[in-house]
Design a protein around this ligand. Structure first.
Ligand SMILES: C[S@@+](CC[C@H](N)C(=O)[O-])C[C@H]1O[C@@H](n2cnc3c(N)ncnc32)[C@H](O)[C@@H]1O
Length: 244
C-alpha cells in the first residue's frame, strides 16, 4: 500500500509522476530528452545560435541591471550566460542536459569565459551547488516548460537565491497559441502532457510573481536573422525586482 504523502514536496513529486515519461521535461529524468534535443547542433533551432536575448541586452544598455552575481536558469548551450560573463558578471549556469552544458562549456573555452556550470535539476541544486544570493536570476525559456505545480518550487528557488534588491528576468511563451498552449492548468494533468510548453498572459505572470516589483513586461522584439541579438515575437520578456 502507498501512503507516502507527508510533505508538500511529496505532493509535488506525485504530480510530477502523473506526466508520462515522454512529457516530462523538468525532472532529473528529463536530461536524456533534452540531450536528444541538443544532439544535432546543425538543426535550425533559433536559440542554438550564440546570441543573447535582445531584452537582456536592452536591460544592460539602459542600466536597469548592472554586473554582479548571476544565475542562468536552464541555460541550454549558454548563450545568455556567455553574454553576461562578457559584461563582467560572475555567472553560474545550470541545466538538466549534460549535452547542453557540454556545448556551453565548449563555447566558454573558445571565448575564454569563466562560468561555473552545473548539470542537474535547478530545484534539487538550490541551496547546495547553487548557493548564496544572486543579483540577477535569468531564465530564457525554462519556466514555460514546467508543469503548473512546479511554480511552487520555482518561487521557492527565487525566494532562496535572489538577493534583496536583486532582479529576476524571464522570457516565456505568449498566449494566443502563437507560442505555447493556452489550455487551463488542469488540462495538463488530464492530458498528462504539457503540449510543448505553457502560454502565459501578462496578468498571469504578474499574479505568479506578485511578490516582486515589475520593472518591465513587454513582447520580445522580432530580431532579423543578421541581428547580433536573439528576438522572437512569440515570447514575453519580463524584468522584476525584489525589494531591498
Ligand atoms: C527552451 S530551452 C532554453 C535554453 C536556453 N535558456 C536558451 O534560451 O538558449 C529550456 C532549457 O531548460 C532546461 N531545464 C528544464 N527544466 C530544468 C530544471 N528543472 N533544471 C535545470 N534546467 C532545466 C532544459 O534542459 C532546457 O535546456
Amino acid at each position: 500500500m502507498d501512503r507516502n504523502i507527508r510533505t508538500v514536496e511529496d505532493v509535488l513529486n506525485l504530480l510530477d509522476d502523473l506526466f508520462t515519461p515522454d512529457a516530462d521535461r523538468w525532472t532529473s529524468d528529463a536530461g536524456a530528452w533534452w540531450d536528444a534535443f541538443y544532439a544535432d547542433r546543425s538543426r535550425p533551432v533559433p536559440f542554438f545560435e550564440a546570441k543573447p536575448d535582445e531584452n537582456l541586452a536592452s536591460y544592460l544598455d539602459r542600466r536597469l541591471i548592472t554586473p554582479g552575481r548571476a544565475l542562468d536558469l536552464g541555460c541550454g548551450p549558454g548563450r545568455n550566460a556567455l553574454y553576461l560573463d562578457s559584461l563582467g558578471f560572475q555567472v553560474d549556469a545550470v541545466d538538466l542536459s549534460p549535452t547542453a552544458v557540454g556545448w556551453a562549456e565548449e563555447r566558454a573555452r573558445e571565448t575564454g569565459a569563466n562560468i561555473r556550470f552545473h548539470r542537474g535539476d535547478a530545484f534539487a541544486l538550490a541551496g547546495t551547488e547553487l548557493s548564496g544570493r544572486y543579483d540577477l536570476i535569468y531564465d530564457s525559456g525554462c519556466f514555460h516548460h514546467l508543469p503548473p505545480h512546479r511554480r511552487i518550487s520555482y518561487l521557492a528557488l527565487l525566494d532562496q537565491l535572489l538577493a534583496p534588491g536583486g532582479y529576476f528576468a524571464l522570457t516565456c511563451f505568449t498566449d494566443g497559441e502563437s507560442g505555447g498552449s493556452d489550455l487551463p492548468d488542469a488540462a495538463f494533468y488530464r492530458d498528462a502532457r504539457l503540449h510543448g510548453g505553457l502560454a502565459y498572459t501578462p496578468h498571469s505572470l504578474r499574479r505568479i510573481f506578485s511578490n516582486l516589483t515589475e520593472v518591465e513586461l513587454r513582447l520580445m522584439r522580432d530580431e532579423p536573422t543578421e541581428s547580433v541579438y536573439f528576438g522572437e515575437p512569440f515570447l514575453w520578456t519580463a524584468l522584476f525586482r525584489r525589494d531591498a
